[in-house]
Design a protein around this ligand. Structure first.
Ligand code: IMP
Ligand code: MG
Length: 180
C-alpha cells in the first residue's frame, strides 16, 4: 500500500447528480407540510472526511440551517483499518430541540455513527438523522442504521472527494480505489 491512486470508482458527475438527489430528499423530509418557509435544520459534518460532501450538499438545500462541527479520528496516520473512533474536537453549538443531520463520508465499521449519534442526542436534539455518502458492502455497515446513503460501494479502501489516505487525495474530485 503506497498511496497511489487506483481506478476511479465514482466519477464526479455521478457524485454531483446523487448529491443533488440527496439534498432534495433531505430538504423535503425537513419541510413541514404546507409550510415551506418553516424548514430548519442543524447540519453537523463529521470532519475531516465529510467536509467536501457537506459543502456540496448544503448548496442544494434551500432551507434555514445552522452548521456545527465535530472532528472524529478513526484512521490515524497510515492506518487502513479502523483504530476505533474518538471525538477529537467539537463545535456543535446549541442543538436543543433542533433537528440535527449528522453527515459522514463513509459508513464502514459503524463505530463513528454509534459514537456520535448518542452524543448529539444527549445534547438535547429533537431528532438526529444520519447521512453518509458511501456505505461499504460489509455486515457491520449494513447493520448500522442510517437514514440517507449516497452510494453502496465494495469493501475497498477509497480516497477522494474529501476522503484521505494519510492526509492525501482529499482534493480529488472523484472517488477512487487506492492502488496497491
Ligand atoms: P466507521 O467508523 O468504521 O464506520 O468509519 C467511518 C470513518 O472511517 C469514515 O468517516 C472515514 O473517515 C474512515 N474510513 C472508512 N473507510 C475508509 C476508506 O476506505 N478510506 C478512507 N477513510 C475511511
Ligand atoms: Mg471520518
Amino acid at each position: 500500500m503506497h498511496g497511489d491512486i487506483g481506478r476511479v470508482l465514482i466519477p464526479h458527475d455521478k457524485i454531483a447528480t446523487r448529491v443533488r438527489e440527496l439534498a432534495r430528499q433531505i430538504t423535503a423530509d425537513h419541510t413541514p407540510p404546507n409550510m415551506p418557509g418553516e424548514a430548519e435544520i442543524s447540519i453537523v459534518p463529521i470532519l475531516t472526511g465529510a467536509l467536501v460532501f457537506c459543502g456540496d450538499l448544503i448548496r442544494h438545500m434551500p432551507i434555514a440551517m445552522k452548521i456545527g462541527l465535530m472532528t472524529v479520528s478513526s484512521y490515524p496516520g497510515r492506518s487502513i483499518r479502523t483504530q476505533g473512533s474518538s471525538v477529537i474536537g467539537q463545535q456543535i453549538g446549541d442543538v436543543t430541540g433542533r433537528h440535527v443531520l449528522l453527515i459522514d463520508d463513509i459508513l464502514d465499521s459503524g463505530g463513528t455513527l454509534k459514537l456520535v449519534k448518542p452524543l448529539v442526542q444527549e445534547l438535547g436534539a429533537a431528532t438526529v438523522k444520519t447521512c453518509v455518502l458511501l456505505r461499504k458492502d460489509r455486515p457491520a455497515a449494513r447493520e448500522t442504521p442510517v437514514d440517507y446513503v449516497g452510494f453502496e460501494i465494495p469493501d475497498e479502501f477509497v480516497v477522494g472527494y474529501g476522503i484521505d489516505y494519510a492526509q492525501r487525495n482529499r482534493n480529488l474530485p472523484h472517488i477512487a480505489v487506492l492502488g496497491t
